[in-house]
Ligand binder design. Sequence first.
Ligand SMILES: [Ca+2]
Ligand SMILES: [Ca+2]
Ligand SMILES: [Ca+2]
Length: 608
Amino acid sequence: MKLAILATLAAACLATRAVAQAPVVDKVDPPNWWGSHSINPVRLLVHGRNLTGARFDCPRLACAGARVSAAGTYAFVDVTIPRGAAPGAYPLTLRTPAGAATVPFRIDAPLAAAGRFAGFGPDDAIYLIMPDRFANGDASNDDPAASHGLLDRNEGRRYHGGDLAGVRAKLPYLKDLGVTAIWLNPIYDNTNSLDTKEVYDGKPTTAYHGYHAIDYYGVEEHFGTLAEFRSLVDAAHAQGIKVILDMVANHTSAYHPWVADMPTPTWYHGTAQSHVNETWQTWTLADPYSSADVRRSTLDGWFIDILPDLNQDDPDVARYEIQNTLWWVGVSGIDGIRQDTWPYVPRRFWRDWMTAIKAQYPSLKVVGEVFDGDPAMVSFFEGGRAQFDGIDDKVDALFDFPLYYPIRNAFAQGHAVRDVAQLLSHDRLYRDPSSLVTHLGLHDVSRFMNEPGATVDGLKLAYTFLLTARGTPLIYYGDEIALPGGNDPDNRRDFPGGWPGDAHDAFQSTGRSPAEAAVHDHVRALLRLRAQRAELRRGRMENLVVGEQTYVYRRGTSVVAINNDTKPAEVRVPSMARLTDALGVCVPARRDASGVTIAIPPRTSCVF
Ligand SMILES: [Ca+2]
Ligand SMILES: [Ca+2]
Ligand SMILES: [Ca+2]
């Protein structure tokens, strides 16, 4: 009888042991960190299975706060790195009652700060590159094993083969053009399969654009490797070109593993089955009379009703995103960050995120996307001052979408150039209008040359204004050669000459058509002038003449004169020291005691 009971107990024990399987670990975010970092301890998110009951052994480190998700697939642990810890491997051991697993973890030596983490501002000219569409430097990653079958250059929403190696190969072109910084659309590891949730014209899509992350610690295999990104950053720095990396904190891919298995119950706002749709009622966020309920669909909604909305009010999400940002900066040495969909994330999170960035990299700069044409709206999100909600989101710069609209209307469609000057009069709403990143188009809008009425001459006028007016100018890849293109994805055509075998190569001066050369050489000349004359970057702007189609302004001793009309114009300006047009098209017609009269040919600009 006694033996029978013992046998039953032994069988029960075996059964229990059979149910409790040994833990398995397959991912650690972040995989490495640094000693003497402003974030210490660092919070690891360990993924695997059978992690229930996990405790951590952390030789030469200190671990605390271990927690495991209900499914036993995610474990958090806070790792304190002792002062002076030498770089190297510091594997942890994760133990459960059923066994143990190794958690790989490394302490790296920090990158030397000299020449890195430099920030950007009005002294720079930024060039935006969509890595998939600029240049194909490595054909071996065109159809990678991890995401096989997504490439088709004839389809606007498939991968085309551009990559980090291609960007690196074209740095001499960018250096010659005169840009001082590149902004890359996101390079996170993106969705590995055809996206059957985001469908256009019955066709599934791919995340060639980079905005649908499935792994915030991975590099998209179509674009290259982390090592290639690091060497691109180093190569850019060696040419005097800074690097700004695009980041997306608001949402992930619908195919991110978190969607099916959240690390915490509140990781996302809702679930794939039950969530609110993003309504883009941005104004409600800047409205002192909005209740939390009214703001909720804009803040917590799923972007295009598809992209899962991360919940930054969950302290583990906030911590994860802050550490992830600092990780990218720390591993690569980038100089700036472009942050997606700025309004749709709580402002208190941005404040904490910006504070963490500045604590480690005080010079690094962030530009946030507030896609709105109203200066009153954009200025609400400007950093450096608290708004009615008591929050200063601390962002360094925002895109100047309000200025983009009159630039397009005037210089492409031929509307009054006075509207450009009038828009600038709203600068009084900004704390620092010179920090705004100005542009005449980017990857989310149709190209300048697609506007009704757009001409090469109009594009040149737009660039004269963009590159001599206040702000930090941004050039969207291809606009400098008058590349056409309608709405997304037509506005993301391949740069001609970026692919081996391209019949037309606009990267080479000998390969450019007359129209391409006209715009390219104009932009190049203006960027040289801007580099030579600090006043075109920093000087106070003063309007001298604002007519229906004539606009003359001074920055320091430089005078810019624009005639947006289809007939010649004469404008009267105060006497100036230099009477030579640096662009070589205008001549002062008369000079007398009270000033100078400038004759400007139709649709032409000059810089005295
Ligand atoms: Ca490639
Ligand atoms: Ca991928
Ligand atoms: Ca959100």
